[in-house]
Design a protein around this ligand. Structure first.
Ligand SMILES: Nc1ncnc2c1ncn2[C@@H]1O[C@H](COP(=O)(O)OP(=O)(O)O)[C@@H](O)[C@H]1O
Ligand SMILES: [Mg+2]
Length: 222
């Protein structure tokens, strides 16, 4: 499946008492395969909502959303869950790793959910842990890793199994500058290998790693 992301004239609103509040207002956005695009905007401008739309986690009122071959706006929950399992990875500021599992076990979860054979799971997980620079730390629990290392595990879990679109919502929001640079460089590396990476970030440090920065204000993309 291709990793092109294409949103046309998308609107999203939320109930707000008697009326509704507009979070995304006729926004269009596209990212080519292998592109690293940054979405920048103030708090409350609609960044997270937009990323959730791309990941099929937020329904739209209007507009078209295509991710690869998937018509996200008209797909059902099951199709969207399958899309996330096989095609689109998601990373948040808090990386939501399962604390009772080791780093490697966290990364294995999507492959097990897909019913991969154990030997394939091991091979792919080890390759992914190497790719994020954690080849030697797979046995550690999340609590035994630094914030930056945990975020690397989150990225590995999001991309394991050949997923080629990564949606990252303020992935370095809780990290210091040096660690943030290392995470941005890693995202850049994956995009060079063909992963389309879409990052919501208000950190200007990411700009040197980005192909494009788009600005969002009150749900409008400019
Ligand atoms: N689940 C929700 N219910 C109601 N309002 C929401 C919800 N999610 C977001 N919003 C509103 O939508 C707007 C955009 O929010 P968000 O996408 O989280 O912005 P950002 O990520 O840029 O801070 C804000 O006004 C926010 O309050
Ligand atoms: Mg947000």
């Amino acid at each position: 499946m291709t990793s092109r992301v294409d949103l046309r004239d998308v609107s999203v609103s939320f109930p707000d008492g008697e009326s509704r509040v507009t979070a995304i207002d006729h926004a269009s956005f596209e990212a080519a395969p292998g592109e690293l695009a940054v979405i920048r905007g103030a708090s409350g401008s609609g960044k997270s909502t937009l990323l959730n739309v791309i990941a099929g986690l937020q329904a739209v009122d209007d507009g078209t959303v295509r991710v690869g071959d998937v018509d996200v706006a008209t797909s059902g929950e099951e199709e969207l869950a399958m899309m996330r399992l096989t095609h689109v990875g998601v990373v948040f500021q808090e990386n939501n790793l399962l604390t009772e599992f080791s780093a490697s076990e966290n990364v294995q979860l999507p492959l097990r959910a897909r019913g991969w054979a154990t030997s394939q799971v091991t091979t792919e997980t080890n390759a992914m842990m190497e790719a994020v620079g954690l080849g030697a730390l797979g046995r550690r629990r999340p609590s035994q890793l630094s914030g930056g290392q945990r975020q690397r595990v989150g990225i590995a879990r999001a991309l394991v199994g050949g997923r080629n679109v990564l949606v990252a919502d303020e992935p370095t929001g809780a990290l210091d500058t040096t660690t943030s640079h290392a995470v941005f460089a890693l995202l850049r590396e994956f995009s060079r290998r063909g992963v389309t990476v879409i990052v919501a970030s208000h950190d200007p440090e990411i700009d040197t790693y980005a192909d494009r920065v788009v600005f969002i204000s009150d749900g409008t993309i400019s």
